[in-house]
Design a protein around this ligand. Sequence first.
Ligand code: AMP
Length: 197
Amino acid sequence: MRLILLGPPGAGKGTQAQRLVERYGIPQLSTGDMLRAAVAAGTEVGKRAKAVMDAGQLVSDEIVNQIVSDRVDARDAARGFILDGFPRTVPQAEALRDILAGKGQKLDAVIELKVDESALLERMKKRVADTVAAGGKVRADDNPESFKLRLDEYRAKTAPLSAYYAGTGELKTVDGMADIDAVTAQIAGILSMAAAK
Ligand code: AMP
């Protein structure tokens, strides 16, 4: 099962991806997590990405395409994966299609979490509060200023992916404003149809 979760920051992609990991035993490939790990490890990629990420902007396609291409080759991704935060632009979607085709693979589903944008800032604040309460480290870009920029980037560059995947016939939409379990159930329904194909 190879799938993409689409939606703005704060839509619940990460939460749903974690549940899918448990249910289907396939890894969540989050380019944001991979980039944050590279920043923390101080790698060359991390050094190039840090300032861009802190400003809420997008890291170059060249970097993220390579990260994803390498990551899907790992053994744990052989049976499938959930892409979270990638692709984020139409050129990345085209690159992904070519990357997978080069490996003899293709996507099984593209699922968009539709959310009311006015709810997103509050969700981000809740994520920060939950992280602090759990003693975790808050993301450098989880502050209102960076969040607004991330949302602007999403509107300008990522939202067009809905039309792109609608055009390829792969797009499925779920109501991301429903409660977490209901969203999970909607996604499970889509995946069981995709698996039956
Ligand atoms: P996320 O955890 O998905 O919200 O990503 C956090 C940050 O990592 C984004 O604001 C970008 O700076 C960077 N990033 C993650 N995925 C991508 C991507 N597919 N393309 C470009 N930049 C990305």
